[in-house]
Design a protein around this ligand. Structure first.
Ligand SMILES: *Cc1c(COP(=O)(O)O)cnc(C)c1O
Length: 374
């Protein structure tokens, strides 16, 4: 089965991991700050804190934003459930606002209509790698006195008006899961320009420990002393995986280029196929494409999904609207809340897209899809 996404691991990646394995640390060692510094070169210099997954990154970012009971978090339903679940776990009420019908990104007008005085964070998702409308969303967040969070699990390396993802929101989260553009097997990161947000993120990742005597309440206890001022968790990304991430980041330019070439080929080859809507690209966006999301029209998505899979092509659906998950349904969230997201979902199908996808395999994807739809 041709997968919809797949990692690309080369000999340099293997060497980097082997070197870290033979080193002295395995977990918190020199590869951790080296990876974080390399990552900050892709965020326009905004500093980053590595964590153990994209989900951990979201949990850390909301904790750094001090999200808690009594707060609202406004976000898009067209995302992986973790974007909303991590806010709910901190006790916030998640408010789903509808998406732009073509990009499936959070609609700034819908976000504006959804904010209240309780809104602490607005979370955008750069769906498929296409940056959200950060101009519109920054204004909405600013007017609401809320922080803007970018879930950039799909969009590392993407640009918005020439500015990189990671520098567009108050907090940005990344995922390094194997299907994503850069992988550490499991891993993630949080970027934040505000030192207070960054410090809270770094502490939450490591049990909330305060090690700097200048910041401790009882610094004279002894050389061993460390303190917890706010609860945290162990979300550290090990040295071995940071070494892989650092090696992967050196290849990100190449990944971006290959993904862009595959996207251009899809768009050319599929433009004449009936019954499909292809992903748009706004003039302000220079995406690192993570997905190639088409919409199958005329209610044929399920049929096309089944027939593509029967033909050995591992298409995927990204995503069921987050509030359709029974956990949200049980909290009283009802279908119909975000009609654009539901309409988008009804036709959505992700075609295989990853750097190792050959032109010949891509041709087979297109031919199979065209045969089904013609
Ligand atoms: C993958 C993903 C996550 C979660 O990342 P993990 O590394 O799998 O925990 C969160 N949000 C979005 C939009 C994702 O695609």
């Amino acid at each position: 089965m041709l997968p919809y996404g797949r990692q690309s691991i080369d000999d340099d990646d293997v060497r980097a991991v082997a070197e870290a394995l033979r080193g002295d640390w395995l977990t918190t060692g020199p590869a951790v700050p080296a990876f974080e510094e390399e990552l900050a070169r892709w965020t326009g210099g905004v500093p980053c804190v590595s964590v153990s997954s994209g989900t951990a990154a979201l949990h850390v970012a909301y904790a750094a934003a001090r999200v808690g009971p009594g707060d609202d978090v406004v976000t898009t339903p067209m995302t992986f459930v973790a974007t909303a679940a991590t806010a709910a776990l901190l006790g916030a009420r998640v408010v789903f606002a509808d998406v732009e019908p073509d990009t499936a990104n959070l609609d700034a007008g819908a976000a504006r209509a959804a904010v209240t005085p309780r809104t602490r964070v607005i979370t955008a998702v750069d769906y498929a790698g296409h940056p959200a409308d950060y101009d519109g969303l920054r204004t909405v967040a600013g007017d609401a006195g809320a922080l803007l969070l970018g879930d950039a699990a799909h969009s590392i390396g993407s640009l918005h008006r020439g500015r990189p993802v990671g520098s567009l929101a108050d907090l940005t989260t990344f995922s390094f899961f194997p299907t994503k553009t850069v992988t550490t097997a499991e891993g993630g990161a949080v970027a934040a320009a505000d030192p207070a947000l960054l410090t809270r993120a770094a502490r939450f990742r490591n049990h909330g420990l305060v090690r700097d005597p200048a910041e401790q309440r009882h610094p004279d206890e002894g050389g061993w002393h460390q303190e917890v001022h706010a609860f945290g968790l162990n979300y550290r990304l090990p040295d071995v995986l940071c070494a892989l991430g650092r090696s992967q980041l050196r290849r990100l330019g190449g990944f971006r280029a290959r993904r862009a070439a595959l996207v251009a080929r899809y768009t050319t080859m599929l433009s004449e196929v009936p019954g499909l809507a292809l992903p748009p690209c706004r003039p302000y966006a220079d995406p690192s494409w993570h997905l190639y999301p088409v919409r199958v029209l005329d209610g044929r998505r399920r049929e096309v999904y089944d027939r593509m899979r029967q033909a050995g092509i591992g298409v995927q659906v990204n995503y069921i609207p987050a509030y359709w998950h029974p956990v949200f349904a049980d909290l009283g969230y009802r279908r119909g809340m975000c009609p654009e997201a539901e309409a988008y979902y009804a036709g959505q199908l992700s075609l295989p897209l990853y750097p190792g996808l050959s032109d010949a395999d891509q041709d087979r994807v297109v031919e199979t899809l065209a045969k089904i739809l013609r």
